[in-house]
Design a binder for this molecule. Sequence first.
Ligand SMILES: Nc1ncnc2c1ncn2[C@@H]1O[C@H](COP(=O)(O)OP(=O)(O)OP(=O)(O)O)[C@@H](O)[C@H]1O
Ligand SMILES: [Mg+2]
Length: 191
Amino acid sequence: MKDKKKLRKEVLNIRKGLSEEEVIRKSKLITEKLISFEGFNNSNFIMAYMDFKNEVMTKFLIDHCLNLGKTVVLPLIDSEDGTKKIFPYELKDREESVKPGTYGILEPVKQFSRKIDPKEIDLVVVPGVAFDVKGGRIGYGAGYYDVFLREVRDDCLKVGIAFDIQVFSSIPKEEHDMLMDAVITESKIYR
Ligand SMILES: Nc1ncnc2c1ncn2[C@@H]1O[C@H](COP(=O)(O)OP(=O)(O)OP(=O)(O)O)[C@@H](O)[C@H]1O
Ligand SMILES: [Mg+2]
């Protein structure tokens, strides 16, 4: 889809321009909104992601979850019968049990990590390039999350996190695109 591609490029370009200080400050604000979000307390299995390229930083969230004794899960791109897709694996601690995987993004090390059944996950923190105010989402264009989010329980919360500059009143949508239950930015919760 042409429109998606164009928007991806524009947003990524703007996001690249955020300073490290801005990314840290805004990421902390987003984390605070997320951990006081209804549904967070009752979620014991939380799927996060490892940020790269000026995505909302997740280390504040991950450390908070681990301190609370929640199970933190990360996506690992792997292939079973030839198709690459997301498999959730438990993250035991943030610094030691990860290594670069697909796209150079940090992933849990398979051998030392427990594979998690998607049905166990209570809340997925979804990264994205662009979102809209109704929960629409555009990722990097591989469809990984669109496929994965079909595997979680119906009552699993899908929460997109992004900076204000990534949220629009409406974005291009296709049949297969999965909607978020909420989108949280440094200034607002859309739901
Ligand atoms: N449920 C699905 N089953 C099979 N293929 C799918 C499914 N959802 C998406 N895809 C494939 O993924 C491709 C990319 O989808 P899309 O442009 O929505 O990616 P995206 O949402 O930006 O990526 P991502 O989810 O990885 O961040 C689609 O053209 C389609 O071929
Ligand atoms: Mg999509």
